[in-house]
Design a protein around this ligand. Structure first.
Ligand SMILES: O=c1ccn([C@@H]2O[C@H](COP(=O)(O)O)[C@@H](O)[C@H]2O)c(=O)[nH]1
Length: 279
């Protein structure tokens, strides 16, 4: 099964385009776990088990594990996900980008060490920095295109005078990912929910690619506008929310609160589909 097929299967099975982001921050854990980095796995496993039937994917952000020397807990979490939620794809948010020989090691780390189904990549170093990931035919790679942060403007909204039609840089990335770089249909794009007009533009250029869309929840992105701009019958969207779900409660009921917030967000997203409610 390809990564795209896995995404589509999870979308159908769970009736969802919501991705729960796993950004464990021990200072925000409830009493009894608070400030204890050794409890990262326990915290994340509780979140995963409370929301696994509601999501299209999970997205662990590797920095939240590496910063606490918790890579072994990430491995443990990946084993837990495979054993208990085998139909839910896992996107490792690592935003790698390096020369080919180093990229080979990053690809090994993501796909062999952690067993992720897909990884996020910076396309800034060009196609040879992306190619090593494409040697894993059943895996996916999401290229940063129009990111959710305000500083994304600094480079992504620059015009490329040397390219036909003088596109903006993010438009050029979308065109490359939909076309010549997508050798085996493994690529997707990261586009921020904080910029729905740009999601719409990316969809014009890349009608069939899966879009990973962070920025709803804590960053204030508009969930309804996001779905209206990005949703297509034949192009999956994976709408990520991390902190708003993980820390919906600061008490010991955090997993129940995470489930309630995930349910609410899933329903908002589903209802915003242009075909919602039509027979
Ligand atoms: O453009 C981007 C790309 C990645 N991210 C990541 O998504 C989550 C967002 O977390 P929230 O708590 O829902 O704001 C986080 O892991 C970022 O590293 C992004 O926000 N924007």
């Amino acid at each position: 099964m390809t990564f795209l097929e896995r995404l589509q299967a999870a979308q159908r099975q769970n009736g969802s385009m919501l991705c729960v982001g796993l950004d464990p921050e021990p200072t925000r854990f409830p009493q009894g776990m608070k400030d204890n980095a050794a409890r990262i796995y326990d915290f994340c496993a509780r979140i995963v088990d409370a929301t696994g039937d509601l999501v299209i994917a999970f997205k662990p952000q590797i920095a939240y594990f590496a910063a606490h020397r918790a890579e072994e807990q990430l491995e443990q979490l990946m084993r837990h996900l495979r054993a208990n939620w085998p139909h839910v794809p896992v996107i490792l948010d690592a935003k790698r980008g390096d020369i080919g020989s180093t990229a080979e090691q990053y690809a090994r780390e993501a796909f062999e060490r952690y067993g992720a189904d897909a990884v996020t990549l910076s396309p800034f170093m060009g196609f040879d920095s992306v190619q090593p990931y494409l040697k894993y035919p059943d895996k996916g790679a999401f290229l940063l295109c129009r990111t959710s942060n305000p500083g994304g403007d600094d480079l992504q909204n620059q015009r490329l005078a040397s390219v036909d039609g003088q596109p903006l840089l993010y438009e050029h990335v979308a065109r490359l990912a939909q076309g010549p770089w997508n050798l085996n249909g493994q690529l997707g794009l990261v586009v921020g929910a904080t910029y729905p007009a740009e999601i719409e533009r990316v969809r014009e250029i890349a009608p069939t690619l899966p879009l990973l869309i962070p920025g709803v929840g804590a960053q204030g992105g508009d969930a309804v506008a996001t779905v209206r701009a990005g949703w297509r019958e034949n192009g999956a969207i994976v709408v990520n929310s991390s902190r708003a779900i993980l820390y919906a409660s600061s008490g010991m009921d955090f997993a129940d609160a995470a489930r309630a917030e995930a349910l609410r967000t899933r329903e908002v997203l589903q209802a915003a589909r242009p075909t919602a409610g039509k027979p």
